[in-house]
Design a protein around this ligand. Sequence first.
Ligand SMILES: C[S@@+](CC[C@H](N)C(=O)[O-])C[C@H]1O[C@@H](n2cnc3c(N)ncnc32)[C@H](O)[C@@H]1O
Length: 151
Amino acid sequence: MTLFTPQPIGYVRSSYKDTREIPKGLGAKHDVEGVLEVLPEFGLGLTDIEGFSHLIVIWVFDHSQGFELLGTPPSDNRPHGVFATRSPRRPNPVGLTIVELLSRDGTRLHVRGVDMLDGTPILDIKPYLSSVPAEKLRRGWLAEAEARRNK
Ligand SMILES: C[S@@+](CC[C@H](N)C(=O)[O-])C[C@H]1O[C@@H](n2cnc3c(N)ncnc32)[C@H](O)[C@@H]1O
């Protein structure tokens, strides 16, 4: 199998300089604005992106070290498998965030909903097209943690 060597297509510009500044846990809101700065050599790839309200951003947890297969996330007091969480400490340190596209200024995409540190490398951007009806979504342990909190 031939794997590719990931290369950043750009970098996140956000006000977050430290992971402690980023809201975590149950009910955390991610409405902070930021900029996805795409490198000029990939600018042509942004053609027609303006028509989409939301984007999927795939990025690297470049400040994270190692991984933990079982860990207790900030949203619960019980351990869960890494693949059942959005933990930064994963075998392949890849993050995924859905952001709202506010405007485009050349190769700079102004977005809302960043949860990444300033300078985070971006691997890819795709339009967000949800096709899962709300009634079909199950939220697993997170729904249980929310129910326990609301008791
Ligand atoms: C729980 S993860 C979720 C990230 C993404 N929405 C996902 O689902 O893959 C978000 C946390 O990642 C951490 N983080 C953000 N940017 C990072 C970076 N560049 N390197 C390492 N950790 C980062 C922060 O602690 C932030 O609270």
